[in-house]
Design a protein around this ligand. Structure first.
Ligand code: COA
Length: 308
């Protein structure tokens, strides 16, 4: 048994902020940002936190009463939670009026968080039950506005999916490695604001390494060749990471859809934001084969093979 994604939705706060905003006060250029990252705009929250954005994204799923009654698992992937307590998943439970006999949990696995949540849903769900899984971030709160190497990268947003068990196998891969290359100091949960710092080039190399290894393992375990996968839906950190992976696999970049040009790197939210965009455009067809993979802070990585 594996998991099937039934519905998708997403929410981003405010208006898009384009690269010229950063060019206005930092030593950078629109050309550098576009060429080195693929990012053109991103959405930055003024006053909405993870709890508000996850509810807004989930409401856009337009859940029926029958679906709400079947939801037994609520998972919110986030590394930038607005509150420590109550957790986002319980806030979501209350906002949607879900019953109390559910497993509600926040998951902090940085940019691998959404796929990690799918993996947890796969383990927890029983036949006939539904899981609500959300990826949500306000990374702008962790970005040092004066650091040109990080502030240009990150955006805020939320994506939600509704999941059920099905009879097609899903395969998961992943791992963790302690390293200071992403956050070079420990970011506190509360107290004074501390900013994320990272060795971008080292994270870049790490991403190529773990994407390649985990996707190869998924292909082998699911009995597929590179070409048999319809969609490679990867964490939207940098277009050069995705282009490099597509080149390595010898697969057309068209199968590696991207939307970091609009949203920047939204960590846990990037994969569900992209899924929703493709789904609403009618591009995802039932039965299509898909690999989703996220990588990021920790370091962590998680990947899944499933059929749409
Ligand atoms: N504008 C102009 N120049 C910039 C810049 C900016 N916004 N940011 C960095 N630079 C400069 C650096 O200072 C450096 O200058 P130097 O050579 O004089 O020292 C030069 O550009 C190259 O820096 P480098 O970090 O090697 O660039 P890069 O090509 O690796 O691109 C990232 C930087 C961050 C875009 C890229 O490494 C990346 O995307 N890495 C992955 C990040 C990631 O995914 N993080 C989150 C994990 S989910």
């Amino acid at each position: 048994m594996g998991i099937k994604i039934l519905k998708t939705s997403s929410y981003v706060p405010g208006e898009p902020i384009d690269n010229s905003y950063y060019v206005s006060y930092l030593d950078t250029s629109d050309e550098w940002i576009r060429q080195r990252t693929g990012i053109e705009t991103r959405y930055i929250s003024k006053d909405e936190g993870t709890e508000t954005m996850s509810v807004k994204a989930a409401e856009k799923l337009e859940l029926t009463d029958e679906e709400k009654a079947r939801i037994k698992v609520v998972l919110v992937a986030t590394t930038t939670s607005t509150s420590t307590v109550p957790i986002n998943a319980c806030i979501l439970q209350g906002a949607l009026g879900l019953s109390e006999d559910i497993y509600a949990c926040d998951i902090g696995m940085a940019c691998a968080g959404f796929v990690a949540a799918l993996r947890m849903a796969d383990a927890l769900l029983k036949e006939g039950e539904l899981a609500l899984v959300v990826g949500v971030e306000v990374l702008s709160k962790m970005s040092d506005k004066t650091d040109r190497s990080t502030v240009i990268l990150f955006g805020d947003g939320a994506g939600a999916v509704l999941i059920e068990k099905n009879d097609k196998e899903s395969y998961f891969e992943g791992g963790s490695r302690y390293s200071e290359v992403l956050a070079s100091k420990l970011l506190p949960m509360t107290g004074d604001v501390e900013y994320l710092t990272m060795d971008g080039a080292a994270v870049f190399r790490f991403a190529l390494e773990v994407m390649n290894a985990s996707m190869n393992n998924l292909l082998e375990r699911s009995g597929n060749s590179y070409d048999e996968i319809d969609w490679y839906i990867l964490h939207q950190a940098n277009k050069r990471i995705l282009e490099g992976t597509a080149r390595k696999f010898g697969v057309s970049p068209d199968r590696f859809p991207m939307n970091m040009n609009k949203y920047g790197n939204t960590s846990s939210a990037s994969i569900p934001l992209l899924l929703d965009e493709l789904n609403r455009a009618g591009k995802l067809k039932r039965g299509q084969k898909m690999i989703m993979a996220g990588f990021g802070g920790g370091l962590t990585w998680q990947a899944v093979y499933l059929e749409w």
